[in-house]
Structure formats: C-alpha cells, structure tokens
Design a protein around this ligand. Structure first.
Ligand SMILES: Nc1ncnc2c1ncn2[C@@H]1O[C@H](COP(=O)(O)OP(=O)(O)OP(=O)(O)O)[C@@H](O)[C@H]1O
Ligand SMILES: [Mg+2]
Length: 342
C-alpha cells in the first residue's frame, strides 16, 4: 500500500535538516550515494527522496534487499540469467539492473552482498556493464545506484569481509542518518504525523495527546528509531477509541549485567562483541547469515555463551529472520502480549 504520506520526511532538527541539504545537493547528480544509519532511521525514505529529486524521477525506482535474498540467488536477481544457466533456469530472466535501466537501483543492506559477487557489482558501477548468469553477451546499463547499510562497512573491510575497492566506489557520497535519540526535537512532529496518518486510515478521531504521553515518548530511547515510534503510535491509535491517545507499554531494553564493567575485562569485551553481532544479525542465531556463523561458532556454543553473558535467548528469532522488530528477544518480566504491544 502506498500513499503520499508514506514518503513524507517529517522533522525539523538540525541533524535532519543537514541530511536533507545533502539530499538536495546530491540528487541531481548521478553520483552513487551510500546511506548509513541504524535500523529504522529512514534510509529507504531518503533513498526515495533522492530518486524523486533527481532527473530520473519519471523513471523506475527499484529496490533490492540483499539480506532478504538467499546469497546463491542474488547474482541472478541482480543480473538476470540465460535459459539453462543452472538446473532450475528453465527460462531466461531479466535482472534488476536491466529492469532499472534509466532509473535508480536501491541496494538495501549492501553489507550482505557475498564477497564473490562484489567484483561483478564493482564492474557494473564502474563500467556500467555485465553479463547475465550463463550468458556471454555484455549488457550496458545506465543505472544510478543508492546503497544502504546499518553495518560498519569500514570495519568489514578491515576484517576482509567486504572488498575495499567496492567500499571506496560506494562511499563516494555517504549520508549518515542520525538515530532518533540524537534528535529528540523530531519526536513531537513525528508523533503528530503518525497519529494523523493512522487515525485517518483507521477512521478514528484522536483529538488529544496528553502531556504525560508526549513526555514518555520524548524520553524513550527508541532503539528501533522512527520505525519503532511509528509502530508504537499505530498501536496507540488502535488502543484509543475514546479520542485521547493511550500509549501501549514502551519496549524495554534487554537487561545488562551490571556486575560487568564492559570493555575492561576480556569477558566484558567478548560480551559486548557478541551482543553487537546479535544486534547486527537481528538476533538470528542460526543459518548462514546468523550470529553463530558470523562469530565462527556452533549454534549451541553461542547459545550457551549467551546464557553465560546474561543475554536473552530469542524464542523465535529464526522464524522472523528479517523482521528486526519481531525477532528481538522478549525482555524478562514481560509477557507475550505486553511484548507484542510495545
Ligand atoms: N523523518 C521521517 N518522517 C516520516 N517517516 C519516517 C521518517 N523516518 C523514517 N520514517 C518511517 O519509518 C519507517 C522506517 O523507515 P525506513 O524504512 O526508511 O528505515 P531504514 O533506515 O531503511 O530501516 P532498516 O535499516 O531497518 O531497513 C518507515 O515507515 C518510514 O516511512
Ligand atoms: Mg530499509
């Protein structure tokens, strides 16, 4: 479902205004843009804004989420394949680069691109050419690329998990999206925007947002950033038939073990690193993109490590591998309903 509201960028903080200024500068050029920022900060929204303000706005905007496509299929998804290229290739297929010719390609979660595919991506960025999988004919395309990631690509380069040449090629014009907790002035206007949007779409009348509700919203840390705020407001509108906005319980951060002074002991450093990888993999433990694989550990070893470090074990992380919100572990002390509500 798409409505004009859906792509409106709301907020007036200095940090957001700086981002919008950069969008304005880079949009009319054909430069590759790299959007960096935590989950839910608005990377996709900004990617669309760049496309809309560019000379390609009347052409297609194609989005590929590299984390959502199994790595073995990504090459064919991006570059297409010829009939018979592999066992299941029963017909020729046009890839996203060809479909996006003349337009913009938004490569989301670019840090997930397998190393072996990175040279082909670099070539299409530099030479604007590639071959379909199983094909010999060179295809030329004119695609403007916008990439996004919530990973530390520079760190991945140092660890040799991301090619440096591709990193430098993507990093021509980086734009960092600030987390919501660093621009609390944006919370009020965002709350008004989402209340209006959801009240309209659900046919509800919300005519009052109590002061203490606004206070609670302003003081929450919003680890899931604007997406989390949007979800909270949607639930609040559902829960508020009487005209006054009623908040569901706000999400609580997973408990820290206070006894540890992280960073000062080897255990502390290990715990912090494991927690960071878990955050980055959205608490998915198993599977080729899960935290265990990233850490080079067996799934069961990681689970017992998490227990030792007091990190909560997600009950259904594997099922909701790409849904950051749903796959976060439920903090102790919250029942399912409260957790689902906030
Ligand atoms: N400044 C904003 N004004 C209005 N809506 C916003 C703003 N920033 C983000 N949103 C909304 O928040 C949600 C998350 O934004 P978006 O999908 O662009 O984030 P993201 O950075 O791509 O997140 P992820 O890394 O998890 O993919 C979307 O519904 C988007 O419309
Ligand atoms: Mg996104």
């Amino acid at each position: 479902m798409s409505s004009p509201d859906q792509w409106t960028i709301v907020g007036n903080s200095m940090a957001l205004r700086h981002v919008l200024k950069q969008v304005e500068i880079v949009a009319p050029t054909d430069a590759t843009v790299l959007l960096l920022g935590e989950t839910g900060t608005g990377k996709e929204l900004v990617a669309r804004a760049i496309h809309d303000a560019s000379g390609r706005s009347h052409r297609t905007f194609i989005k590929v989420n590299c984390a959502a496509i199994p790595s073995g299929l990504l090459e064919s998804e991006l570059f297409g394949h010829e009939r018979g290229a592999f066992t299941s290739a029963i017909a020729q297929r046009i890839g996203r680069f060809e479909l996006g010719d003349g337009g913009t390609l938004f490569l989301d979660e670019v840090g997930e691109i397998p190393l072996e595919l990175q040279p082909k991506l670099l070539r299409v960025l530099q030479e604007h050419e590639f071959e379909r999988v199983g094909g010999t004919r060179t295809i030329n395309v004119d695609v403007r690329m916008i990439a996004a990631t919530n990973r530390d690509l520079g760190g991945m380069v140092e660890e040799r998990r991301f090619r440096d040449d591709l990193y430098y090629r993507l990093n021509v014009f980086p734009i960092a999206l600030p987390p919501l907790r660093e621009r609390p002035e944006d919370i009020d206007p965002l709350v008004d925007h989402f209340v209006c949007q959801f009240a309209r779409s659900m046919n509800r009348h919300i005519d009052a947002i109590p002061g203490e509700t606004r206070e609670a919203l302003r003081h929450h840390q919003w680890p899931g950033n604007v997406r989390e705020l949007e979800n909270v407001i949607q639930r609040a509108v559902i829960l508020s038939p009487a005209g006054r906005l009623t908040l569901p319980p706000l999400r609580v951060e997973f408990p820290h073990r206070p006894a540890h002074n992280e960073g000062e002991t080897l255990e502390g450093v290990k715990r912090a690193y494991v927690a960071r990888v878990l955050e980055e993999t959205r608490w998915v433990i198993g599977g080729p993109r899960g935290a265990a694989a990233r850490l080079g550990l067996k799934r069961t070893t990681l689970q017992s490590m998490m227990k030792r470090f007091g990190l909560p074990l997600p009950s259904d992380g594997a099922k909701s591998a790409f849904d950051g919100y749903a796959s976060r572990p439920r903090p102790e002390g919250l029942d399912d309903e409260k957790w689902a509500a906030g």
